[in-house]
Structure formats: structure tokens, C-alpha cells
Unconditional design. Structure first.
Length: 276
């Protein structure tokens, strides 16, 4: 979910952040998802890029007030954006958290992350469009040596339970799909564990469960039988009509990556350009 506030100086502010690269280190304090199953290491990371729209590139920010980023549920977790646009936050909660971007007393926008698992890296691209903070792309995978990517047909379905852990065999390894942790999609369409069937070609991004070879999946991408390569179906761009949460009259047409579409679809966005 993305919430925004309108403010004319905001567009100018983000002109100097045309190529912002930001990193947030998370030290989560929960299990990161529902269902039973082995625990995993409790640390996660968000890496982001925040870019201003082309129309904002003609001017520099007029205000000298710094931009801060904090966690809505715990404002003590906060940092100031550097002159190069980078920032780091540590100690963010697992499960769900909201980042609030502020300039002095003016809220620029919010980004809410759900289904945050431990030992997870979330890479995002965000753009400011008509003073609206918009998610453009999102990728989730494991961190460092714990990060795993598997691709191939589903060899076996061990357990299928939409309400708890489901388990599949892919490339000879047991893959766990956990409610609240594992996102399943095919292109820009959300899917469920019921769609992960024997013989289905999939691409899995996740993390190794400590003391085992099992993989806790952050994302399972269903592919066509002919699909191959780690980036298959990941780079597709789609045009959507974005309806800002809390401001439905301010619809805007944007282009996002297929991985970002489920989040937009969840709050009412539609495919194709906005009418008119």
C-alpha cells in the first residue's frame, strides 16, 4: 500500500533524487509469517531506488529542510536522507511495516511492506509522479549465502495447505510456501499454492532454512513450459491506471514491472491507461 500527501514543493524536492539508491538494514523481531515450520535467521534488508519524474528534473529543491524516513509503528526508528539520496534503517519489524517520508512537518508519502520474512532482501524502485509516491518495481530474495534461487518443474507436492505450510520438491530440494511470506504469481497475475502443480515450470526465490537444505520461498513465479533463465517473466512492463489510496479522484497512468502489479491490484488499480 502506498499513501501520499499532496504538496507542490515535493516535486522540486525530489528533482535532486533522480538516481536515489537507498539501503535499509532490518533486524526483525518475529517469525515473519504464519504457519508452523522451522525458524530462520532473523535479519532482513530493503534496497531501494527513488526517482523523480522527468518533469521534475528542470529544477533543484528550493527547500533546505532534510528529508527523513521513519517507521510508522515506531517513530524512534528514523534516519535522515543523505545528500546523495541514500539512507539506512535498522531494527525494522518482520511481518509488516510502513515507512513514512517527511520534509520538516510535511509528509511526502508512505510505503507499506507486507509479507516481510526474516533473512529477506527486498529490492524496490519507487517514483514520484504528480506528487504521488508510486511503487514501480519490487524483487524479493534471500540475503548473501542464505539466498537461493531454483528453477525447474515441480517434481512432487508433499503437502498442500493454503492455511499453513505447503511443501514442494523442486530441483531435488524441499520448498516451503508459507502464508504471509510466500508470494505466488504468473506474470502480473496472483496465484495460490493450488496452482503449483506437478510438472509446472517455476522460478523460486527464497532462503535456506538453517540446519537443513529446505528453502523458505519468498516468491514462486509460475512460468510457461518453455520459459527459462532467472529473469523469465520478471522484466515485463505493464501500463496501469493507478488509483492513489484515499484519493480516488486523482487517477494517474503509470508503467510498472510485473512484480509490482499484485500490490497495485490489491488496492484497486486497473490494467491499461486511465480513461480520458
Amino acid at each position: 500500500m502506498i499513501r501520499t500527501t499532496k504538496n507542490d514543493p515535493v516535486t522540486a524536492l525530489f528533482a535532486m533524487f533522480i538516481a536515489l539508491a537507498c539501503a535499509l538494514m532490518l533486524a526483525s523481531c518475529g517469525s515473519g509469517g504464519g504457519g508452523s515450520g522451522p525458524a530462520v535467521a532473523k535479519s532482513s534488508m530493503v534496497v531501494g531506488k527513488l526517482a523523480a519524474p522527468k518533469s521534475a528534473q528542470v529544477a533543484l529543491a528550493a527547500s533546505t529542510e532534510p528529508v527523513t524516513v521513519s517507521v510508522l509503528s515506531d517513530p524512534s526508528i528514523t534516519t535522515t536522507v543523505g545528500t546523495d539520496g541514500s539512507f539506512t534503517l535498522r531494527g525494522l519489524p518482520a511481518g509488516s511495516f510502513t515507512l513514512v517520508f517527511m520534509q520538516a512537518a510535511t509528509e511526502i508519502g508512505r510505503l507499506t511492506f507486507d509479507e516481510v520474512a526474516p533473512n529477506q532482501q527486498i529490492t524496490i524502485t519507487v517514483q514520484v509522479v504528480s506528487n504521488e509516491l508510486v511503487l514501480v518495481d519490487e524483487d524479493r530474495r534471500g540475503i548473501g549465502d542464505a539466498g537461493v534461487e531454483l528453477e525447474g518443474p515441480v517434481q512432487n507436492v508433499i503437502v498442500l495447505d493454503p492455511a499453513a505450510d505447503s511443501r514442494f520438491v523442486i530441483q531435488g530440494r524441499e520448498v516451503i510456501a508459507r502464508p504471509g511470506v510466500t508470494a505466488i504469481r504468473q506474470g502480473e497475475t496472483r496465484k495460490t499454492v493450488n496452482d503449483v502443480t506437478v510438472g509446472k515450470q517455476v522460478h523460486v526465490k527464497g532462503t535456506t532454512v538453517p540446519d537443513s537444505t529446505d528453502v523458505l520461498a519468498f516468491e514462486i513465479i509460475l512460468q510457461d513450459s518453455a520459459s527459462s533463465g532467472a529473469g523469465s517473466n520478471d522484466d515485463a512492463q505493464i501500463t496501469i491506471c493507478h488509483v492513489p489510496p484515499g484519493n480516488p479522484s486523482h487517477k494517474i497512468t503509470i508503467t510498472v514491472g510485473a512484480s509490482a502489479w499484485p500490490a497495485h491490484q490489491a488496492h484497486g488499480d486497473t490494467k491499461g491507461p486511465c480513461p480520458g
